[in-house]
Design a protein around this ligand. Structure first.
Ligand code: HEC
Length: 298
């Protein structure tokens, strides 16, 4: 009798062990929330090329940058062309260190400079959600960029210069809402990847965090979202910012366009309202930087 119990206990423990290639460490339902507050990972869906019928998260989207054109990867669970064969550890390493399961560097167009600060729990839950997607067979495309910007070994020195790894640090002088907002802005929602200007080597210019980028992804201008009254969003209230992230309308009634409209529509709009409020709370405390941006001619 007692022995049966011991075996039962042992069998129960075995079911808790992770299996390679499968995600049993995360909660897929919660992972959908992580995906939403990450802006829906919309860079991985080729909406501009294929419209609303584009296969969800199957990659192939051209992301132009000052260094060339890079194509997003297939992150559906297809075992050959997607990430179906990856272990949870592979996924965490890709997101946190910008390194593929084969040990190759990812181009920094993949914002691991932000995702490195994500918690284990968020990463595992996101991974669990991604495994529930329809697997789509679609091979990844090489970049359309001149040497050395198409050469992965060149990313190692780039990382020395521009990449600081996590984990995210809590600020004990601030309350839980501010800390949640800071974590989301810095890590999951990766606002700075578009809104922070870049240095000559393409790293984030952290002295000017959120001060706007005239040549954001796909050549779009991402405005100054520091609390500067004239050139930033200093005049927006916390409810103004929350409302904007929910429906894409600015306080003056104008609607947002391009990539911001996309990350709202496919992500932030259906995120938890508390998380959007936390983002707005944190954003109001970003130091004002006076930086008027002018559209660069394309
Ligand atoms: C994929 C790139 C990208 C990401 C990620 C992104 N933004 Fe934006 N954002 C833009 C672009 C581009 C615009 C300009 C859109 C337009 O011209 O209507 C914009 C506009 C805005 C505006 C309007 C500012 C104004 O003065 O009109 C606010 C506020 C804003 N973003 C906040 C955020 C916050 C907060 C986050 C993170 C939660 C975020 N954005 C993430 C690209 C991005």
């Amino acid at each position: 009798m007692q022995r049966n119990f011991i075996w039962l206990g042992f069998a129960a423990l075995l079911t808790l062990l992770p299996l390679p290639g499968l995600s049993d460490g995360g909660d897929a339902e919660r992972g959908l929330q992580v995906l939403r507050i990450a802006g829906g990972c919309t860079c991985h869906t080729n909406y501009p090329g294929e419209g609303d019928s584009a296969p969800l998260l199957a990659g192939g989207r051209a992301l132009s940058s000052p260094f060339g054109v890079y194509y997003s990867s297939n992150i559906t669970p297809d075992p050959e062309t997607g990430i179906g064969n990856w272990s949870d550890a592979d996924f965490i390493r890709a997101m946190r260190d910008g390194v593929s399961p084969e040990g190759r560097n990812y181009f920094p167009v993949f914002p691991y400079t932000a995702f490195t600060f994500m918690s284990d729990r968020d990463l595992l839950d996101l991974r669990a959600y991604l495994t529930t997607l329809e697997p789509i067979r679609r091979a990844n495309l090489p970049p359309d960029a001149p040497f050395p910007f198409s050469w992965r070994p060149a990313i190692t020195p780039w990382k020395w210069l521009n990449f600081e790894t996590g984990p995210w640090q809590e600020n004990s002088n601030r309350d839980a809402t501010w800390n949640r907002g800071h974590y989301l802005v810095q890590a999951v929602a990766h606002c700075g990847e578009c809104h922070t200007p870049r240095t000559l080597t393409g790293g984030l210019d952290l002295q000017n965090s959120m001060a706007g980028s005239a040549s954001g992804p796909e050549g779009e201008l991402a405005p100054n979202i520091t609390s500067d009254d004239q050139t930033g969003i200093g005049r927006w209230s916390i409810p103004d910012i929350t409302w904007f992230l929910e429906i894409g309308l600015k306080p003056d009634g104008d609607d947002t366009q391009g990539l911001m409209a996309e990350v709202i529509q496919h992500g932030y709009a259906s995120a938890e309202p508390d998380d959007l409020r936390a983002i707005a709370t944190y954003l109001k405390t970003v130091p004002p930087i006076h930086n008027a941006l002018v559209v660069e001619s394309k």
